[in-house]
Design a binder for this molecule. Structure first.
Ligand code: PNS
Length: 165
């Protein structure tokens, strides 16, 4: 008897305030590994985001519209609950440097402790993006610097509009 083919779904979670070129690179690479990749944007009331939930989702959608198997959704509460709810069993995260490792390991272990069936896989950030973060983008833009090359070209103007004084 032919066994039913399982659809592989991955979830790439984050705050994405805003999406950077580093994030997009991980999305593109991870989308090749799964039948469907869901970018999960955290709606976190305690962490003050500059971009609204709708803005963050819309910026990511704008940059991923060519990627047919990528969906963008917001989530609230525990990541593992969102992952289960979506029928996924893999969390995707990026690692830039050793300094990311401790926090990422803790998060991956905690999620595994809460949901044994859910694994986290890590992509090594491309060397060109290893210094990048959403905070750096905001800082540069707010101080009148050039963010071209830091965020995807499609959203450079949107980010400036929001952050430039
Ligand atoms: O881009 P970030 O801010 O580093 O992403 C962190 C994120 C969203 C992956 C993490 O904070 C998260 O999963 N939050 C949801 C709440 C949760 O599940 N907490 C337990 C694991 S840390």
């Amino acid at each position: 008897m032919k066994s039913e083919q399982k659809i592989r779904i991955g979830v790439y979670p984050g705050s994405f305030d805003p999406l950077t070129k580093g994030h997009l690179d991980i999305i593109v690479r991870a989308s090749k590994l799964f039948d469907k990749l869901i970018v999960g944007v955290l709606k976190n009331d305690s962490k003050q985001a500059i971009f609204s939930m709708e803005e963050r989702v819309s910026l990511i959608k704008k940059c991923t519209k060519e990627l047919e198997n990528v969906e963008v959704e917001m989530f609230q509460g525990l990541l593992v609950d969102f992952v289960k709810q979506k029928g996924a069993s893999t969390i995707v995260r990026g690692l830039r440097a050793v300094s990311d490792y401790e926090y990422e390991l803790q998060m991956a272990m905690l999620n595994k402790h809460m949901e044994e069936e859910i694994d986290t896989i890590f992509f090594m950030t491309d060397i060109h993006n290893s210094f990048l973060s959403s905070s750096i983008v905001k800082d540069v833009a707010q101080n009148g610097g050039n963010i071209k090359g830091l965020v995807p070209d499609e959203i450079v103007d949107d980010v400036y509009r929001k952050l430039k004084m």
